[in-house]
Design a protein around this ligand. Structure first.
Ligand SMILES: Cc1cc2nc3c(=O)[nH]c(=O)nc-3n(C[C@H](O)[C@H](O)[C@H](O)COP(=O)(O)OP(=O)(O)OC[C@H]3O[C@@H](n4cnc5c(N)ncnc54)[C@H](O)[C@@H]3O)c2cc1C
Length: 448
């Protein structure tokens, strides 16, 4: 096996591919599928034992709707394909791409899809560093793969680690948190699921108290609910009795999960803005506080919400729900004005329309309004590439965007549209022998 020197240690070059992707989350998996469809060999280096990242390990569903995403693109093709894999998936009816999936089968699907197209996935593979040549082109990535350090060789590299790890290793600048509020980050959540519910009883109770939130359904299995003034007194009493904290109850949102009857996936508990997920001590604190909060939160549900009497925790996310941590300073960084101006770019490669959803502790002082259906801003190719590294492209929630625009562009549907172009750009770079950061993004201009 070929060896390379890494800080004085000889390490084996385990594998090589045209395209090497760091992080097999939502963005990384779709970038891989797109590159494979362009007939490029592809390796995903993934820290956990599942593809899908925040969607699967973080239990983040559903895919929020976009009214402008590419209806002829991979998004729709993958959703249809996934429906064959798991017919219990469902859509919210509003839009073909607003998908509810079971995170477990979703991870299995991505593994099947990438492998069936000839892709290689390394699980339990933590990216550590990159090796660059004299032009700052990446030649290898170094990863700790199942108990040993290895090198993986590639031609072009994709950073979809959600933390800008590969970009940072190449000297690219990272932007942290809210640039206008002391770099505070968006709220972190640790999501979990409860099973054993009597949803008919819950529905009856919600109706009886005059619940006004979304989610009451004719078929009780389809019920969903959110925190609502109709049961505020129940919450306040439990807070007074020290059964839960005010923070535990800050965000109550329960979604159904396809194929899992009598189950709810909670979009919480939400731990607020006080933690910095970039800080190793605070990251671990988030996990511990999240677990403690889930303990109290689930007991509150069991003890006070009709229908939950026999409920139990079935699943706790193995990945902390980080909405925003770093963004890479790319050649162009999407600005708040680009959102408000519904910006168009010559190299606009995807359309985005989700609202600025910062989950802030304080009201959004920018007053950025939501779009009407059909309105959008474009994501330019330049927000995916950097001056520093010629053969690197960025995907996922870390693309070049301001704090507020990140809170819009990060929804999964939009990230998938962007990743489709990332796969194509990788293939174009190799086929035309042109660096990723020299490609004129106009060739991928949105035409849908
Ligand atoms: C609590 C919460 C609720 C949300 N709600 C919604 C919603 O309802 N609808 C919606 O559409 N969007 C929602 N979002 C946003 C959306 O889920 C994320 O923005 C999106 O999933 C991010 O995708 P990504 O591919 O950039 O990152 P991820 O999916 O997190 O992927 C990053 C991957 O990189 C891997 N990785 C990290 N470090 C390394 C390393 N060193 N080596 C190798 N691999 C590594 C990780 O294991 C992971 O698999 C929510 C986000 C959160 C946190």
């Amino acid at each position: 096996m070929e060896k390379i020197n890494f800080f004085g240690k000889e390490i084996a070059v385990l594998d090589s591919a045209d395209v090497v992707i760091i992080g097999g989350g939502v963005a990384g998996s779709v970038a891989a599928i797109s590159a494979l469809k362009e007939h490029k060999s592809c390796i995903i280096v993934e820290k956990s034992n599942a593809l899908g990242g925040t969607a699967t390990n973080g239990l983040v569903m559903p895919f929020m709707a976009s009214h402008v995403s590419n209806m002829n693109g991979l998004n729709v093709e993958l959703n249809k394909d996934y429906m064959k894999f798991d017919p219990k998936v469902f859509f919210n009816g509003e839009h073909e791409n607003a998908m509810f999936a079971n995170p477990v089968t979703y991870a299995m699907y991505h593994d099947y899809k990438v492998r069936s197209l000839g892709g290689q996935i390394y699980y339990d593979a933590t990216f550590i560093e990159s090796i660059k040549d004299q032009n700052n082109k990446i030649t290898h990535v170094i990863a700790y793969i199942h108990n040993e350090l290895y090198a993986i060789k590639g031609q072009v590299f994709v950073d979809t680690s959600a933390e800008g790890l590969l970009a940072k290793s190449c000297g690219c600048e990272l932007m942290h948190g809210n640039e206008k509020r002391n770099h505070v980050h968006q709220s972190v959540s640790l999501r979990y699921e409860m099973g054993g519910l009597d949803k008919a009883k819950l529905c009856d109770w919600l109706r009886s108290i005059g619940y006004k939130g979304f989610g009451i359904a004719e078929n009780p299995q389809n019920v969903e609910f959110v925190r609502d003034p109709s049961f505020e007194d129940v919450i306040n009493k439990a807070i007074e009795n020290n059964e839960v904290t005010k923070d535990d109850m800050r965000y109550i949102q329960a979604f159904r999960v396809p194929g899992k009857p009598n189950t709810f996936a909670f979009n919480g508990p939400q731990l607020g803005e006080k933690y910095n997920p970039d800080d190793p001590k605070e990251y671990s604190k988030c996990i511990s506080e999240g677990l403690a909060s889930i303990y109290r939160y689930s007991k509150f549900m069991i003890n006070h919400i009709p229908g939950f009497e026999k409920a139990y925790i079935t699943h706790i996310a193995s990945q902390l729900g980080i909405r925003e941590s770093v963004r890479v300073k790319t050649i162009y960084v999407l600005q708040n004005e680009d959102y408000t101006n519904r910006a168009r770019f010559e190299d606009g490669i995807a359309k985005a329309d989700w609202y600025v959803d910062t989950h802030s502790d304080e009201p959004d002082d920018e007053g950025i309004e939501e779009y009407s259906h059909g309105e959008y801003y474009e994501v330019p190719y330049r927000s995916l590439i950097t001056h520093e590294c010629p053969n690197l492209i960025i995907g996922g929630r870390i693309i070049g965007a301001s704090f507020r625009v990140e809170a819009s562009v990060r929804i999964q549907i939009t990230l998938r549209d962007i990743s489709e172009v990332i796969g194509k750009a990788c293939a174009y770079s190799i086929d035309h022998n042109i660096d990723l950061n020299k490609i004129d993004g106009k060739i991928f201009k949105v035409n849908y």
